[in-house]
Design a binder for this molecule. Structure first.
Ligand code: ACM
Length: 262
């Protein structure tokens, strides 16, 4: 299968512009899975809970999920995309998974970063893996990378590939995700954004780009620049993620010593 990411700089609050960027980029590429950044449709630096709520959308009836469903059907592509979700009066930092037949699932971010805690409710879905004809797709969002339990849980639940919409600010994630892939023997596609935002009287946030596709052996199959719009696709063999034998005597999951772990 082919897995890809689209990295760009969303315009804060301009859902129409951000969606059009994605539609144009998707038209230029052939891939089976496309991962988009966290909050790709709204931008990142909210200044109030009300603002986040006003930009959030219901899933699947909101215009963003609706457009992604149509794009998935037209291009026969699976899409993982970060959006602000409005659900039963709460606002979540969520990601949708859509496929050629419609909406497949939703993940709500577990580990909220910094001021996200002011705008979003703590995710309540837990770490989910969906079986698709491409393979088993698990989702985590950005700062979830800081908690190795997130990727581990997805791997233990059968994920072959971790789709990782992100708005990274700290510099460590691209290299840390190489380790997450080695220690779990999974593929990961991190779709980060570029650009910066400075809203209200807040500090400027600069996003680090460097979206990437990593193999279960920790090979960097694709890595984008720090600051440019980029769409990239890699051909991957999902079976590489299903062999958890490190050698004839070590099995990644079989060798876990749960009695010694917290
Ligand atoms: C982040 O979780 N967006 C840093």
């Amino acid at each position: 299968m082919r897995a890809g990411f689209y990295q760009f700089a969303p315009r804060f609050g301009d859902i129409k512009y951000n969606l059009q960027k994605v539609l144009d980029a998707a038209a230029s590429v052939e891939t089976d899975l496309l991962v988009l950044p966290e909050l790709f449709n709204t931008g990142y630096q909210f200044t109030s809970e009300d603002e986040a709520k006003s930009l959030s959308e219901k899933i699947p009836s909101g215009c963003t999920t609706d457009a992604l469903i149509k794009l998935s059907a037209k291009k026969k592509v699976y899409i993982v995309a970060g959006i602000a979700e409005n659900h039963e009066g709460k606002t979540y930092n969520s990601a949708v998974l859509t496929g050629p037949d419609g909406l497949i699932g939703v993940y709500r971010k577990t580990h909220l970063f910094y001021e996200e805690k002011l705008w979003f409710s703590q995710g309540d879905t837990g770490f989910k893996v969906w079986q698709t004809p491409l393979g088993n797709i698990g989702i985590m969002i950005c700062f979830d990378w800081f908690f190795p339990e997130a990727a581990r849980t997805l791997a233990l639940r059968g994920a072959d590939i971790i789709a990782h919409p992100s708005n990274l600010i700290l510099p460590h994630c691209p290299d840390a995700m190489v380790t997450r892939c080695i220690e779990n023997r999974v593929f990961a596609v991190t779709a980060n954004r570029t650009g910066s935002e400075q809203r209200g009287d807040k500090e400027r946030l600069t996003f680090i780009g460097k979206s990437q596709i990593i193999s279960p052996a920790g090979k960097i199959l694709r890595r984008a620049s720090e600051d440019k719009d980029e769409i990239a696709v890699a051909e991957i063999n999902i079976n590489e993620a299903r062999n958890k034998n490190l050698n004839s005597m070590n099995d990644l999951f079989g060798d876990r010593k749960k009695e010694f772990y917290e």
